[in-house]
Design a protein around this ligand. Structure first.
Ligand code: ZN
Length: 260
């Protein structure tokens, strides 16, 4: 299979855009990674780790904004989060499926970025694109390790690869996470990356576009909810703000000392 990463798919590539990255976040829509995992993304980037986001669709079916506006917003959020790269796979919004072409695109991302940690949507979600992106990533994860599946990108055959850790982040529906990460020191950066998606979300102090329809995430109440959930999760582990994740595979440690 051949998949060409053309320049129009790349929203951001910095001089630090080396691979492997430490963490790759795959999302269905342009603002999903920020909403669900902006804290750990900002945290890892601040520690000098390489983090990339790959989103499946341009969000063209969204009630608000346009693909051009959303692309500019995603690029700005990538700058705020200090991502090394951000791609968009141009899969049709509202119609994500695990077609061979889409699986090849996600395999290309996995084999190119070679992340230790892969964050992606949960299997049970309000938006069908989120559930379908979960299945697409699972299919690509497995096939990415098969040597008989050959993928070329940037004119090179990419070697097989499976990320070490598969973690799902939380979107609309809540679940009991396996573990929580303290993102208190990076919560403000997460919010700034969230506000970068101004066509989609409520930004305190900004003039609201009254011509656009209201959505679940465009209200001030949703922002309060987002903060309250992070605060609630933080309270569970004795910190201010936390994000929760679940490991698809059992989490094992080489030694109890790893947890010291
Ligand atoms: Zn979404």
């Amino acid at each position: 299979m051949n998949f060409t990463i053309t320049p129009d798919l790349i929203y951001r590539r910095t001089e630090a855009a080396e691979t492997p990255v430490d963490m790759l976040v795959i999302a269905a829509h342009p603002d999903d990674a920020e909403l669900s995992s902006g804290g750990v993304i900002a945290q890892m980037a601040s520690e000098g780790k390489r983090v990339a986001i790959v989103e499946c669709t341009q969000g063209e079916m969204g009630s608000r904004g346009t693909p051009a506006i959303r692309r500019a917003e995603a690029a700005e959020a990538a700058r705020i989060l200090n991502l090394t790269e951000r791609w968009n796979l141009h899969i049709p919004d509202g119609a994500i499926d695990s077609s061979p072409e889409n699986v090849a695109k996600v395999i290309a991302a996995m084999r190119y970025f070679r992340p230790n940690i892969l964050l992606f949507p949960p299997a049970f979600e309000r938006h069908h694109d989120h559930e379908n992106a979960h299945r697409l990533v699972r299919a690509a994860y497995f096939q990415s390790g098969l040597s008989k599946i050959e993928i070329e990108a940037f004119g090179q055959k990419l070697p097989t690869y499976r990320p070490k850790r598969l973690f799902t982040y939380m979107q609309t529906y809540e679940f009991e996470p396996n573990f929580y990460v303290d993102v208190s020191a990076h919560f403000e950066t997460k919010l700034q990356s969230y506000y970068a998606h101004a066509s989609q979300v409520f930004v305190p102090g900004a003039v609201q576009n009254q011509n656009e329809p209201q959505t679940l995430i465009s209200s001030p109440e949703f922002l309060e909810y987002l903060k309250a959930r992070a605060r609630h999760f933080g309270g569970k582990i004795g910190v201010q703000y936390a994000e929760g994740f679940t490991s698809v595979e059992p989490l094992g440690f080489g030694s109890m000392s790893d947890l010291l």
